[in-house]
Write a protein that binds this ligand. Structure first.
Ligand SMILES: [Zn+2]
Length: 310
C-alpha cells in the first residue's frame, strides 16, 4: 500500500507539509503511453545515477526560463546533503548514501540508479527492467526485488510548483529509500535527513534525532528515546507513517513496549486535538496494552498516563 493510500485510509486531515514523497506505485493506473527514452550518463564519474533523455529536455526548457528546480540540480542537492550530514557528524546516513551513490559498490546491487522524468502526473516511465508511474513530487523504487530497482522518478508537473528546498528535500528523501531505508521499520532516515538538511521547520530536531541514533543498537528505533521525540516531530501531518512505525515497533518487541507507549503518549499529547475521533480512539485503545507489556514494574503509572488522555 502506498503512503498516500494509508493516509487516505486513515482519513487524516490535510498534511501540514506540502510535499509527500512516496514509493512509486505499480504501473496499472498509468494513463499516458510510455515513451522509449535513451539513457544518458549525466552524472558520469561522480555518482551512480543516470538520467533519461526526458530529464535533459526538462532541464533545457527550465534553464531557458531561468528555473533551476530540475533534475540537473541533483548534483547540487547531493553535495549539499552530504556536507550537512558530515557537518552534523551523522555517519550512519552519510555512509548509507555513499554506498548507494558509489558506482563500484554493491549498495544498489551494482546497478545504476535510474532517474526518470515525467511530464505529467500518472505518466508511465520505463526504468531499468520495468516501468513505473510517476506520482507525487518524486517517488522511488527502493526494493531490490522489483525489476525497476534502483530508480527515482520526478514528476515535473508537480516539481515545478515547489520551492527549490522542497524539491531538493523530496529528492534527497528518495535517495534514502534507494539506499534501503523505509519509514515503517528502523530509524526514518528518509524524512529525518531530508528535513535536517533541506527544511527549516523542525530541522534541528531532525538532526538531533539522527545524532542520538548514532552508535546505538539495531533496535534503537523501538526505544522510548527514539519513538517519543519522533512522534512529536512526525506529527506534522504524517500521522499515517507515525502509526505504522508504532505498530511495527509493537510487533518487533511484544514484551517490551515501553517505547510504543511513550510514542503513543507523545502523539496523543501533541497531536490528539488534530486527529480524527476514530483514529484517536484507536491510539487510546492501544495505549493500555502497550503499558501492560512495557516490561517495567511501572505498569499502573503508565496506564494512568493513557487514561489521563481520554
Ligand atoms: Zn518516503
Amino acid at each position: 500500500m502506498s503512503l498516500l493510500a494509508i493516509l487516505l485510509t486513515l482519513q487524516l486531515p490535510q498534511p501540514a507539509r506540502a510535499e509527500t514523497p512516496a514509493f512509486c506505485p505499480a504501473p496499472a493506473s498509468a494513463v499516458f503511453a510510455p515513451t522509449a527514452l535513451p539513457s544518458l550518463n549525466i552524472f558520469l564519474g561522480d555518482y551512480n545515477i543516470s538520467a533519461s533523455a526526458g530529464c535533459l529536455d526538462f532541464a533545457m526548457a527550465a534553464s531557458a526560463k531561468g528555473d533551476t528546480t530540475l533534475p540537473l540540480t541533483v548534483k547540487e542537492l547531493i553535495d549539499k546533503g552530504r556536507a550537512c550530514l558530515k557537518k552534523n557528524g551523522l555517519t550512519t546516513p552519510l555512509h548509507a548514501l555513499n554506498r548507494a551513490l558509489n558506482p563500484d559498490h554493491s549498495g544498489t546491487s551494482g546497478k545504476t540508479i535510474k532517474l526518470a522524468c515525467a511530464r505529467k502526473e500518472g505518466e508511465l516511465l520505463p526504468v531499468n527492467d520495468g516501468e513505473i508511474t510517476a506520482t507525487d513530487i518524486a517517488c522511488s523504487v527502493g526494493d531490490p526485488t522489483q525489476p525497476e530497482f534502483p530508480a527515482i522518478a520526478v514528476n515535473m508537473e508537480w516539481a515545478g510548483k515547489f520551492r527549490k528546498p522542497s524539491f531538493q528535500a523530496a529528492f534527497f528523501h528518495e535517495l534514502f529509500h534507494v539506499a534501503g531505508y523505509g519509514h515503517d521499520v528502523g530509524v526514518d532516515y528518509a524524512y529525518l535527513a531530508a528535513d535536517c538538511c533541506f527544511e527549516k521547520i523542525d530541522a534541528a530536531n531532525a538532526c538531533a534525532m539522527m545524532k542520538n541514533a548514532e552508535g546505538k543498537g539495531q533496535d534503537y528505533w523501538t526505544s522510548k528515546e527514539y519513538l517519543a521525540p519522533y512522534m512529536k516531530w512526525q506529527g506534522w501531518g504524517r500521522w499515517g507513517i507515525a502509526k505504522l512505525l508504532l505498530d511495527n515497533a509493537a510487533k518487533a518487541k511484544p514484551n517490551d513496549q515501553l517505547g510504543v507507549h511513550a510514542g503513543t503518549i507523545a502523539l496523543l499529547k501533541v497531536w490528539g486535538g488534530h486527529l480524527t475521533p476514530k483514529w484517536k480512539a484507536q491510539l487510546l485503545a492501544e495505549c493500555l496494552p502497550a503499558a501492560k507489556h512495557s516490561g517495567t514494574a511501572k505498569t499502573a503509572e503508565l496506564e494512568k498516563e493513557c487514561n489521563d488522555l481520554r
